[in-house]
Design a protein around this ligand. Structure first.
Ligand SMILES: NC(=O)c1ccc[n+]([C@@H]2O[C@H](COP(=O)([O-])OP(=O)(O)OC[C@H]3O[C@@H](n4cnc5c(N)ncnc54)[C@H](OP(=O)(O)O)[C@@H]3O)[C@@H](O)[C@H]2O)c1
Length: 302
């Protein structure tokens, strides 16, 4: 009898994400086992415990998933797991803390799709503002947009402390050029918005961060995308199902992308990567870049 497909889900947090558990079963895993409050220095032992018990063939039917809330820690855990492998005892590893990598990948791929479709252009050289960019989704989106050639600013809503620290983390880890943007006063907010080609809302669920007054100042805006599915939407006038719908903004040519349109690509991306692990003949290490490549396929960008 074939061995079952088992996914060991490591998270530094107190709970595994039910979303990730559902996704893994729906993709075809027979068992999903959560390990909570996992520390970085426990990853080697846990990984080696998982790889040796089933023989090299069984290892192909074993996977690791790394969650949590911190992008940097999750990537460090992926690297620790990679180093712990003893080929041919090697299993696939997928890192997606808080769904941030697949969500950010879906968001940036959707923006690319609409830049191309509605404006005949791409992210290269564009000015991208990320509202709520100090969270995991925004930070991952900042990395992807910067790597695609955009000038990326993380909005510092109250001051630039969190935005600066997030930008520095991204730049140190990925060699990007993300910057904090001071939006602590109404006039700073308006002047930053006047220079934006793209606005991304990745703020905490249920908070509106871009209103009509800000949109009216956005004289260059091409695309506005929002991942917040909890009303009110993060960007006024962008509804959850919008997928390239015309948006009232100062530029007169902006389109909006809503949370469920992005969520659809995110779902297909996460599912596609889990299925790739199930089918792979050799171990896969799936990170932010892998998520972006998969999301671009589902968005129809490549
Ligand atoms: N559509 C999907 O498939 C999908 C999947 C996963 C997540 N999401 C959504 O993606 C968004 C980001 O997720 P996340 O986990 O990165 O978010 P998060 O960590 O909860 O929050 C992101 C940022 O929001 C800002 N924020 C906090 N309180 C705020 C307030 N009162 N007003 C305005 N901004 C506030 C903070 O940045 P500053 O304080 O520095 O401004 C925070 O770092 C959420 O809306 C989440 O629901 C969507």
């Amino acid at each position: 009898m074939e061995k079952p497909h088992i996914l060991h889900l490591f998270t530094p947090t107190g709970q595994a994400s039910p979303f990730d558990v559902n996704m893994a079963y729906d993709a075809g895993y027979n068992a999903v086992v959560p390990y909570t409050q996992v520390t970085l220095d426990q990853v080697t032992t846990l990984t080696q415990d998982a790889i040796f018990s089933r023989g090299p063939k069984g290892a192909r039917r074993t996977g690791l998933f790394i969650g949590g809330r911190e992008n940097g820690l999750a990537v460090d855990m992926l690297e620790a797991a990679r180093k712990a492998m003893v080929p041919p005892f090697e299993v696939s590893v997928f890192v997606d803390p808080s769904g941030a990598f697949t969500t950010a990948a879906a968001m940036v791929a959707a923006v690319e799709k609409h830049l191309k479709k509605n404006h005949g252009t791409d992210l290269d050289g564009k000015s991208v503002l990320i509202f709520g960019g100090s969270g995991p989704v925004g930070a991952a989106a900042a990395v992807l947009a910067s790597q695609a050639g955009a000038r990326v600013g993380i909005v510092g809503r109250e001051d630039t402390t969190r935005a600066r620290s997030t930008a520095e983390d991204c730049n140190r880890r990925y060699g990007t050029n993300v910057e904090p943007v001071d939006a602590s006063t109404a006039s700073l907010k308006l002047s930053m918005m006047q220079k934006a080609d793209i606005a991304l809302s990745t703020a905490k669920a249920g908070y509106r961060v871009v209103d009509n007054a800000l949109l009216a100042a956005a004289s260059r805006l091409l695309v506005a995308a929002d991942v917040n599915a909890v009303p009110p939407s993060g960007i006024e006038g962008v509804e959850a199902m919008d997928d390239g719908k015309a948006l009232q903004a100062g530029s007169g040519k902006a389109v909006g992308i809503g949370a469920l349109a992005i969520g659809n690509i995110k779902y297909q991306t996460q599912r596609g990567l889990l299925e790739a692990m199930l089918k792979a003949d050799k171990a896969l290490y799936l990170d932010l870049r892998s998520a972006f490549a998969e999301a671009r396929r589902h968005a129809g960008v490549v």
